[in-house]
Design a protein around this ligand. Structure first.
Ligand code: ZN
Length: 479
């Protein structure tokens, strides 16, 4: 297992990462509230933590990555009421769309996407413990609130004193609460909304407690890594800490907290509730998944990132082409001749440079996931490869060496998924069989059948090209 460092938002320092039970890493990232289409701000967080999970796997850890789905809350209920839908069905549908978008973006590292409403028994158990221990109280309407004053370290994650955390004197005190900063963990049922029976009357879970109930069940009282966008530190993650640590007596809830920077639109946080969003699928349609991944990863994950598609994504598309061009050239040559391809050998010096670069890329990522520096190093490699002149004269083994840094980029950054034989998984076995069937159909003059196979592959993002030297296929990453 490679040693690496992360900036931990809780202790505000960069620390060596030490899992509780190596090589396992319990990893939890706050996921979607699926009431409308995902936007490019969500995707920034998801791509970054995808890279974290990919790097962990490469380095010999075994991450178990859980990302929750808040499939019921006020926004889901309001949206469903607008459209006359069942709230849970609406959330389920939106979540499936989100998964399809993540698939397009190459985010496949999440092991489990639990729905909040599947954890009502765990939520009820935690509410009960919090009441028994005196941390929570039932209000007259049958809701249950967490009493922030009972948790003296409240505010330590976000670095604020409790007095500063009151949600503004402007707000009138809700008569159901003992103090303005108290937050609801069990919401009394409103007629017509989904609800569950409880000892305090029918109701549904509050937001923060779904996370702690799920992680308690899936990752234990204490786990390794909690992630999310920086806007979640307060109040959401602060509330999670208070709930879990009060209920279990175990601290800290998570040994490392990682927070990704915001995506800004004209200087303002992109947020569905503010309405200033760029819908992820529309951006993917226009610019393609690889330029978008590059755009996200070509900046420190903790920095804010201004979203200005007409400039930044057009640039990212050009930058991606520049980065990918040498990789694609090598991959094409290898695809034709394979590793057995005959030709000149590159010098041992160049081979060592490639190996050293792969080591350096891992070292860069091991320093709090410095994706930007890694990408800069990959550009440098592209220039180095350019100096070698025509690549067609080199042997398969030499080309494999030259491809090494790009292979790293595929594995860890999720870039260059074009080369099907390297990253296609099951596709690289299935597609050739389908292409043989297509060739047989063409040979017997059944062009309708041949086109049907080609179109079915195209629908899965696989482009088929017929040329003089046979039929080739690749993942279409242009969009
Ligand atoms: Zn959460």
């Amino acid at each position: 297992m490679r040693r690496f460092h992360v900036y931990d938002s809780r202790t505000r320092e960069t620390r060596v990462f030490a899992p509780i039970t190596p090589p396992r890493v319990g990893m939890y990232v706050c996921g979607m509230t699926p009431y409308s289409a995902a936007h490019v701000g969500h995707a920034r967080t998801m791509v970054f933590f995808d890279v974290v999970a990919r790097a962990l796997r490469r380095w010999g850890y075994r991450p178990f990555y859980v990302q929750n789905v808040t499939n019921l809350d006020d926004k889901v209920i309001a949206r469903a009421a607008d459209s006359g839908d069942d709230p849970l069905a609406l959330a389920d549908r939106q979540f499936r769309d989100y998964l399809a978008s993540m698939e397009r973006l190459g985010v496949r590292s999440v092991n489990l996407y639990p729905y909040a409403t599947d954890y009502v028994p765990e939520i009820l158990a935690q509410v009960r413990v919090l009441i028994e221990k005196g941390f929570a109280y039932r209000s007259d309407d049958g809701s249950v609130y967490f009493e922030v004053a009972k948790f003296p370290t409240y505010g330590s994650l976000s670095g604020q004193r409790r007095e500063e955390l009151r949600p503004g004197a402007r707000l009138e005190l809700d008569p159901r609460k003992r103090a303005p900063e108290d937050f609801v963990i069990w919401k009394a049922a409103t007629p017509g909304e989904p609800s569950w029976e409880s000892p305090w009357g029918p109701g549904r879970p509050g937001w923060h407690i779904e996370d702690t109930a799920m992680t308690g069940r899936l990752l234990g009282d204490r786990y390794d890594l909690h992630g999310g966008g920086v806007d979640l530190i307060f109040p959401h993650h602060e509330a999670e800490v208070a709930l879990a640590e009060s209920a279990t007596g175990v601290a800290p809830l998570a040994n490392y907290w990682m927070h990704g920077g915001l995506l800004l639109l004209e200087g303002t946080k992109m947020s569905k509730s503010l309405g200033n969003v760029a819908v992820l699928d529309a951006v993917l349609d226009e610019y393609g998944p690889m330029p978008l991944r590059l755009y996200y990863l070509n900046v420190s994950y903790r920095s804010p990132l201004e979203f200005d598609p007409a400039r930044s994504l057009v640039e990212a598309r050009e930058a991606y082409d520049r980065l990918a061009q040498p990789a694609q050239r090598i991959a094409e040559l290898l695809e034709r001749g394979g590793a057995d391809r005959e030709g000149e050998e590159i010098s041992e010096g160049v081979e060592a440079e490639a190996d050293d670069l792969v080591e350096r890329l891992d070292t860069l990522l091991a320093d709090d996931f410095a994706t930007r520096e890694a990408i800069a190093a990959l550009y440098g490699w592209g220039r180095r490869v350019g100096e070698l002149g025509s690549l067609a004269r080199y042997s398969g083994a030499s080309l494999e060496s030259l491809y090494g840094p790009y292979e790293w980029a595929e594995e860890v950054l999720g870039l260059f998924v074009r080369d099907a034989s390297r990253t296609g998984g099951a596709w690289s076995e299935i597609v050739p069989v389908l292409l043989e069937a297509r060739a047989r159909a063409r040979a017997r003059g059944d062009f309708a059948e041949a086109d049907r196979i080609r179109d079915a592959l195209a629908a899965r993002g696989i482009r088929v090209q017929d040329g003089a030297d046979g039929t080739r296929w690749e993942f279409d990453t242009s969009g």
